[in-house]
Design a binder for this molecule. Structure first.
Ligand code: SF4
Ligand code: MG
Length: 315
């Protein structure tokens, strides 16, 4: 709720604060139990910062993160540790996130050790179980990360996230580093696990085509703000925000009869240290008006839980 993450920019010999980067700027959304919520946007739009703030891997500047009725932001010590068991993360680059000097058994056992769970033999049993759950084998526990392919390493990353029986998994671009042929295998695995274990996903991606089939609802971010949020089918069938439309126009349509005009945006994403006034998308929007340059559009429900921040849809 109203999540913000601002980074100060310092300059000069005294390191004085000369500005601020609004990486996440007043973002609110709800992820429902058992659903997959896709969070989409170009790199630097604040989607990873949002995901990490939920887990408090990054401390937000302000706002609330309410998980099962508890505000996670206020938690300290043991209460925070307990809460963290429920919320785990899968990283984009499984290689960078697995310690190359540790074998897989040790990597997977670590979360159990940190939380003081089980005896040594129970932990080893749990490691073997989880390796099988993600489609590997118990004997893989003695191998090292470099002995696995990218897809296998992401399976290990997923197994690690599951070790503590979490309820929510933040998956931060879990397939973007993988070959296209491997992506769907990992996505299928994640969907099977969701069904079997009752997991809830916040699925972060830069590409709308990846989240299309896996997400129940999708939020689109631009320069630290949510610009559109709705059910997945609705977003693909009836995108409202000009930014969403341009993103979708770049995605090949599964329907050969659909004539989709390719919308090419002007210019680059502006610097988050110096975002445009009014609607932050106005420097690139084909529908920009004077109002857009001055007034920030409210993020509001235009019907049936379809939210958009754009003056085109003012009543
Ligand atoms: Fe474009 Fe204006 Fe809508 Fe922003 S508010 S997306 S500039 S039409
Ligand atoms: Mg990122």
């Amino acid at each position: 709720k109203n999540l913000k993450k601002y980074y100060p920019i310092t300059g000069g010999v005294f390191g004085k604060e000369v500005g601020v980067v609004k990486a996440v700027d007043d973002v609110s959304f709800t992820v429902k139990k058992g659903e997959t919520f896709g969070l989409v946007g170009e790199s630097g739009c604040g989607k990873s910062t949002t995901g990490r703030s939920l887990l408090r891997l990054i401390e937000p500047t302000s706002g609330e993160v309410v998980f099962d009725g508890t505000d996670v932001i206020g938690l300290q010590g043991e209460a925070l540790r307990k809460m963290r068991r429920n919320m785990q993360i899968v990283f984009q680059d499984p290689f960078a996130s697995l310690n190359p000097r540790h074998n897989i058994g040790k990597i997977l056992e670590e979360p159990l050790l940190v939380h003081g769970i089980g005896s040594s033999s129970e932990r080893k049993q749990r490691v073997r179980e989880l390796l099988e759950v993600v489609g590997l084998s118990g004997y893989h526990a003695t191998r090292y990360p470099h002995q696995f392919s990218g897809g296998q390493r992401q399976r290990i990353g997923i197994a690690r996230a599951l070790m503590l029986n979490p309820k929510l998994i933040v998956a931060d671009e879990p397939v973007s580093a993988l070959d296209v042929s491997i992506q769907s295998q990992v996505l299928n695995l994640m969907q099977d696990l969701q069904r079997d274990l009752g997991l809830t996903y916040l699925f972060i991606a830069h590409d709308l085509s990846v989240v299309r089939h896996i997400s129940d609802r999708v939020g689109v971010m631009y320069l630290g703000r949510l610009v559109e949020l709705t059910r997945s089918e609705e977003l693909y069938r009836n995108p409202l925000h000009p930014y969403t439309r341009s993103l979708l126009s770049a995605v090949p349509s599964p329907d050969p009869d659909a004539v989709r005009e390719r919308i090419i945006l002007q210019g680059d994403v502006p610097s988050p240290a110096n975002p445009p006034t009014g609607c932050t998308f106005h420097t690139r929007c084909p529908h920009v008006t004077d109002e857009c340059q001055q007034v920030r559009p409210e993020f509001r429900d235009v019907g049936g839980g379809h939210f958009v921040a754009c003056h085109l849809y003012n009543a």
